[in-house]
Ligand binder design. Structure first.
Ligand code: PLP
Length: 401
């Protein structure tokens, strides 16, 4: 049996050592090495949208595993074509590029926007406008786009042409966007940055300024997409249409897959030789994601996201009347963040430790936010159970550390 001292020895030390080893998942439950069980409101960081070991997903995965796993991009496969068609039918997009993660989807988005701008307007139009506190992945280009300087420290030099501004500041946006701007990249709700929703009016302004300078609007829906907010993609709550959208996380419900969706005016510059991925669009991943999309994009499931989200948010607000830990509870659907009061700032990880002791998996979103991103199939009684455990966990939070 592997244990955590092995973990400490042989894995690179870039993550905190987890408190336990999980050996099995079923629905919204996880089970540890010693038989202990947890209710999962972390969902593998907004990934396990259909919970663990969903029977339909297991079925399609094993069926495809018995046919063909991998072909590379020199050959075509049916599941990739089906999935691309389904994504195009369900969204603004004309075409889809497949890859293996959120960061790769954003890399593809940035490269596609740059290529289109370069060919349409010349090599001066390369600037990507990004937002403070945003998160777009951990590759060099995506930490450059991200708005959290700590992720860039020690990894320089960074690529050029990325400008950061605060969200929800129309005046700054207006004077920053120029003819040099090739794209604006934005999360509808900043996930890692603290479950911080963008103001709808500001989202419309971003679209308007992209149009003003013929720039591309890249919407990063790696965390907010695939039903997380109660629509298939969060941009669909608004009247704003992206030019490019990145998806990953819940797209594969745990099978690594990413996708970059885009309009024709972008994709027509992605000609043979311009971009690629060996694994991207492999039949195993696309078969799984095809079933995931079909299962999530149903009115009953999306309605469950909204109802359970409201239930959880209401319950958190009730608990907060009792414990007064948070200054606000925000988010949409089943992406919810409880923001610690100023006097408890920096202590969000104590909350995840406390909930785990009660048998509940939760997340942080930065040092000040207690985050919840459960499977979208979670039931009303499971949310009630979670709130009971949260009540106990919050009661143990030491107001004077
Ligand atoms: C998680 C995340 C990413 C990065 O996805 P990876 O699969 O870890 O590369 C990018 N953007 C957003 C908004 C995310 O939440």
């Amino acid at each position: 049996m592997a244990d955590l001292s092995d973990y400490r020895q042989v894995l690179t030390p870039n993550y905190d050592v987890p408190p336990t080893i999980i050996v099995k998942g079923q629905g919204c439950k996880l089970y540890g090495q010693n038989g202990e069980s947890y209710l999962d409101l972390a969902g593998g960081i907004a990934v396990s949208a259909l919970g663990h070991c969903h029977p339909d997903v297991i079925k399609i995965l094993t069926e495809q595993a018995n046919k063909v796993w991998h072909l590379s991009n020199v050959l075509a496969n049916e599941p990739a074509i089906h999935l691309a068609k389904a994504l195009v039918n369900a969204t603004f997009a004309d075409r889809v590029f497949f890859c293996n993660s959120g960061a790769e989807a954003n890399e593809a988005a940035i490269k596609a926007a740059r290529k289109a701008a370069n060919e349409l307007f010349g090599n001066e139009k390369y600037e990507i406008i990004c937002f403070d506190e945003s998160f777009h992945g951990r590759t060099i280009a995506t930490i450059t786009a991200g708005g959290q300087p700590k992720y860039r420290e020690g990894f320089g030099p960074m690529p050029e042409g990325f400008t950061h501004i605060p969200i929800n500041r129309g005046d700054i946006l207006e004077r920053t966007v120029s003819e040099k701007t090739c794209a604006i990249i934005v999360e509808p709700i900043q996930g890692e940055g603290g479950v911080r929703p963008i103001c709808p009016k500001f989202f419309e302004k971003i679209r308007k300024h992209c149009d003003r300078v013929s720039g591309a609007l890249i919407v990063d829906e790696v965390q907010t997409g695939m039903g997380r907010t109660g629509k298939l993609f969060a941009y669909q709550h608004s009247g704003v249409t992206p030019d490019i959208l990145s998806s990953a996380k819940s797209l594969g419900c745990g099978f690594p897959i990413g996708a970059m969706l885009c309009k024709e005016w972008i994709s027509e510059h992605f000609v043979p030789g311009t971009h690629g991925s060996t694994y991207g669009g492999n039949p195993l991943g696309t078969a799984v994601a095809g079933k995931v999309l079909e299962t999530i994009n149903q009115p009953e499931l999306l309605n469950n996201v909204l109802c359970r989200g409201e239930q959880l948010m209401q319950g958190l607000n009730e608990l907060n009347k009792k414990y007064k830990l948070f200054k606000t509870v925000r988010g949409k659907g089943l992406l919810i963040g409880a923001v610690l009061q100023e006097n408890y700032a920096g202590r969000s990880s104590e909350l995840t430790t406390l909930t785990m002791q009660e048998g509940l998996m939760t997340l942080v979103a930065g040092p000040d936010v207690h985050r919840f991103a459960p499977p979208l199939i979670i039931s009303a009684s499971e949310i009630d159970d979670a709130l009971t455990m949260l009540n106990r966990a919050y009661s143990h939070f030491k107001k004077q550390p």
